[in-house]
Design a binder for this molecule. Structure first.
Ligand code: HEM
Length: 206
């Protein structure tokens, strides 16, 4: 059996799953108001009134959870020179080829892009969302500002939804990744194959 390496602490994982739960709840309650055909989703929250009341609170909770996570992982999501190499070979990797010689640290270029898309879309969502949060903040702004805010809110929501879908797909697709967030550990083999620089850094081995 392959030896394992610690990738996330218990508190990292609780933080992550809290965000994921808040994401699904705010996405479902938000989509309910996106189009009349999705209004039935309000039933999950006790009807239209409750979905409308809960949605902004769920969004803010997701954002607060993400701020914590942001500071835990931002250092490893900074772009590095070696990321160019990963980007160039991403087409081949999508076709299933694995190249363990790429200079990949704790996160690869694709994960970093998703991380920054999540960060930017969440920031836009929380700023625009608070701005048109009735009855508290919306009365302070003109109708033009409120319209622009709701358009940006909807676009950012779709960017976040698509980013999270890609994030989940990649977590399932790259075998051995899910256990990082469920058990907190990964196999040495997985680390060596997908994140060789991180493997070297954590074990001191090549
Ligand atoms: C069912 C939903 C989700 C699943 C299955 C999932 C799975 C995972 C897994 C397996 C990892 C570890 C990846 C690694 O260490 O290489 C991870 C990391 C991470 N996840 Fe999720 N995730 C989900 C939802 C979310 C959501 C909703 C967000 C934020 C809005 C999020 C943000 C992150 C972040 C920031 C990391 C740290 C790694 C990075 O910066 O790329 N996840 N997730």
């Amino acid at each position: 059996m392959s030896k394992t390496l610690k990738r996330y602490s218990d508190s990292d994982r609780m933080n992550h799953w809290f965000i994921a739960i808040m994401f699904f709840l705010s996405a479902l309650s938000g989509l309910a108001f996106f189009h009349p055909s999705l209004y039935f989703l309000t039933n999950l929250f006790g009807g239209g009134t409750w979905a409308r009341i809960l949605h902004p609170f769920l969004g803010v909770l997701m954002f607060l959870g993400f701020i914590l996570m942001f500071f835990r992982v931002v250092k490893d999501n900074m772009f590095k020179r070696g990321d160019k190499e990963w980007r160039k070979q991403s087409g081949r990797m999508l076709r299933g080829e694995i190249n363990p010689d790429l200079p990949v640290g704790k996160y690869n270029y694709g994960q970093k892009m998703i991380f920054w898309l999540m960060t930017l879309s969440l920031l836009a969502l929380v700023i625009t969302g608070v701005l048109f949060w009735r009855p508290w903040f919306a009365p302070n702004f003109s109708v033009e500002v409120l319209r622009a805010a709701s358009l940006i809110h909807a676009i950012s929501a779709w960017v976040l939804l698509l980013s999270v879908f890609v994030h989940i797909y990649a977590a399932i697709w790259v075998k051995g990744t899910m256990r990082a967030m469920t058990q907190g550990t990964v196999t040495e083999e997985w680390a060596k194959t997908h994140h060789p620089l991180w493997y070297k850094e954590t074990t001191g081995k090549n």
